[in-house]
Design a protein around this ligand. Structure first.
Ligand code: FMN
Ligand code: SF4
Ligand code: SF4
Length: 635
């Protein structure tokens, strides 16, 4: 029996043991919601009752809103997935399962068969006919197709055997029997484009690196992920580290490299530890190191920790940082594929890009290119956050509309109407609710004045002030500018100063022209992508929400009720039903009233924290211009 088959069998035994198995999602998002305590309670309870049950860990299943997530399976039965599991439910789970039953509360859905994406096979977990709600059919999961995140939340990231049981390292075995040029052709034909933000065709980058003269070449995985709110790469690294390693070895073989580096931000300690353990295991089993699969090909990978500067995610700054120099970008060309790390040809790709490589090799380029749109193939992982019911990590085919992502997957915005969707992180723009049927692909998003970026997607309802949103992102890029070039350093500073004045009600209308002019200048004259894209949040909001900027200036009013100097809150008597919810959340005791009678907000006590705004289902609490109220208006 070969090594892969041996591991596969061990992995199947571990994935589908002949005993009850609890699996807890213990990626960073799960841990932040208390997954470690739930894990401990499950272990303690199993031990206390002397049960022969297994308690295992896995990564993020995507539905972060429902963390901690726990799945439980009895031999021969379906897997049941529970959400928002607290220590009390964990105890109940053990108790009821020990008695042969299952709690009904907080059951999200059941899984009757597992899909092994790499082979296209389906593993039946039970002979029972499906009944009740299936996990794959709940609205959050139904439109999703998981390729890069196929194993996250299903395998123990610390178990190479479980990875192999889900088809892991088969693609590598297959690739090492191909000629390097054939692999590059396959990646090119798949249409895969870089998931780190630029969207450059991966196969073309590989071909350039392979053609570049020289004996020594490098492969780099960019795991710097500095966008605020984005955690796609972290989830992949924490949930399925081997897919990244496998992709990198395939890439290394294809371009003729001997070693690879994963540049991971130090703020991701769990990802770093998980990667290091995965590298150790892959070396132990001969999938990394010398003479991989007996092919004569040697390849080593090491992890280098970044120190948290956003600009170090830019490829030339990242290379400088690995070399121990100041993390500053340099002009391109030459591109890293021609002259990269230590001056040698270097192929640098994003975590998600690497995670797509094994499925492309195993299932073929045609399979991959069968998903997506004309110029954007495959799927894309998004961190869906903001004013949305289901926050989480989602993977959908390219071309899925914003509407499907926000309403079907995300469950909509709740009480308040959608106002905009911000894509692409601090380099991206805001797409207004009126363009909700936009298909999400590289060209459509760029055409709408935003970008795909690496996958941040912030949903904003009508309570968001678009001037304040633009200011938030610009303040981030301004702070993160390395300062090397004047347009970025000074231009963003001046833009931020204007935005601050607008939000404080101290700007004049010509400031808007100046803001636009500066934005264009910074975009055109900056050296690297940070400066070139920093004005995008400002320019896109000026394009779609100009009247909101004008209201801040002309009327000294923030219509969304965000900029504290530019609004007061009042309760509209005709809309208020006197439910009292706002009274409970107001930290100042500023709201009073009799039950079922219109309530009253004392503006002298109100500190405009907006807590009440979020709870009023009648939308009876309104922002009004300060000047509309006379001094004794609340008397
Ligand atoms: C300011 C800035 C920050 C970036 N941060 C990241 C990052 O965190 N992760 C990433 O993969 N790419 C990042 N990029 C893009 C990289 O420069 C590079 O294009 C990417 O790693 C290439 O991989 P891909 O072709 O697989 O997307 C950043 C670019 C800029 C300008
Ligand atoms: S554009 Fe900004 S971040 Fe990029 S090199 Fe210039 S100063 Fe540094
Ligand atoms: S929450 Fe709304 S409806 Fe209820 S009392 Fe307050 S203002 Fe009135």
């Amino acid at each position: 029996m070969n090594r892969l088959e041996e591991l596969r069998r061990a992995g199947l035994n571990s994935l589908y043991p002949e005993k009850v198995k609890f699996t807890v999602g213990r990626a960073t998002c799960g841990r932040a919601s208390g997954a470690d305590e739930v894990y401990r309670v499950l272990q303690d309870e199993v031990a206390r009752q002397g049960l022969d049950f297994e308690v295992a860990s896995t990564g993020c299943l995507g539905l972060c809103q429902e963390e901690p997530l726990v799945s439980v399976r009895c031999p021969g039965g379906p897997r049941r997935v529970y959400g928002r599991v607290n220590p009390e439910l964990a105890r109940q789970l053990v108790e009821e399962v020990a008695r042969g039953g299952f709690p009904r509360r907080r059951l999200l859905g059941k899984v009757y068969e597992d899909e092994v994406l790499i082979t296209g096979e389906r593993v039946k977990l039970t002979g029972e006919a499906p009944e009740g709600r299936l996990l794959a059919e709940i609205p959050f999961y139904a439109p999703q197709i998981k390729v890069a995140t196929r194993n996250c939340g299903w395998i123990d990231p610390g178990s190479i055997a479980e990875y192999v049981a889900r088809g892991g390292y088969r693609a590598l075995e297959q690739a090492l029997k191909m000629r390097p040029g054939e692999i590059i052709e396959e990646v090119l034909a798949s249409g895969l484009r870089g998931r780190g933000g630029g969207g450059f065709p991966t196969g073309r980058k590989w071909a350039l690196a392979r053609q570049a003269p020289g004996e020594t070449r490098y492969v780099i995985c960019n795991a710097d992920e500095g966008d605020p709110g984005a955690y796609m790469d972290r989830s992949i690294l924490e949930g399925d580290p081997h897919t990244v390693l496998e992709g990198m070895v395939i890439g290394g073989y294809a371009i003729g490299a001997q070693s690879g580096i994963i540049y991971c931000r130090a703020e991701y300690p769990l990802a770093v530890a998980t990667l290091r353990e995965a590298i150790r295991q892959a070396e132990e089993h001969g999938f990394l190191g010398e003479n991989i699969f007996g092919s004569g090909f040697d390849f080593h990978i090491e992890v280098v920790e970044g120190r948290g500067a956003f600009v170090c995610g830019e490829e030339t700054a990242l290379i400088a940082s690995i070399e121990g120099r100041m993390g500053e970008p340099r002009p391109r060309p030459p591109y890293p594929a021609e002259q990269g790390l230590w001056g040698k040809p270097t192929c640098i790709n994003n975590v998600e890009t690497w995670a797509n490589i094994p499925p492309i090799i195993a299932r073929g380029s045609r399979w991959f290119a069968g998903m997506g749109t004309g110029t954007s193939k495959g799927t894309k992982v998004f961190a869906l956050v903001g004013d949305i019911r289901n926050n989480g990590l989602v993977e959908v085919p390219m071309g899925t509309t914003l509407r499907q992502i926000v309403y079907d997957v995300g469950g909509g915005t709740g009480i308040f109407d959608l106002k905009a969707v911000q894509t692409g992180g601090p380099s991206g723009g805001c797409i207004p609710a009126g363009m909700i049927d936009l298909p999400v692909d590289y060209e459509a998003l760029t055409g709408a004045g935003s970008i795909m970026g690496s996958g941040g997607m912030v949903v904003m309802d009508e309570r968001s002030c678009m001037v304040d949103v633009a200011r938030f992102f610009l303040a981030f890029t301004q702070d993160e500018s390395c300062g090397k070039c004047l347009p970025c350093r000074e231009g963003t500073r001046q833009m931020l100063e204007i935005l601050n004045r607008i939000c404080a009600g101290e700007a004049e209308l010509p400031d808007l022209e100046l803001l636009e002019e500066l934005g264009r200048a910074v975009k055109d004259a900056s050296l690297c992508g940070l400066g070139q894209t920093a004005p995008t949040p400002v320019l896109s909001t000026l394009k779609y929400f100009r009247e909101e900027y004008e209201a801040h200036i002309r009327d000294r009013f923030c219509p969304a009720g965000v900029c504290p100097e530019l609004f007061e809150l009042v309760i509209a008597e005709d809309a208020c039903r006197g439910c009292g919810l706002c009274v409970k959340v107001c930290p100042q005791g500023a709201i009073t009233g009799e039950k079922e009678r219109p309530h009253h907000l004392d503006r002298k006590k109100c500190v405009r924290c907006r807590a009440c705004l979020g709870v009023c289902r009648r939308k009876a609490i309104k922002a009004v211009p300060r000047k509309e109220l006379s001094d004794d208006a609340d008397a």
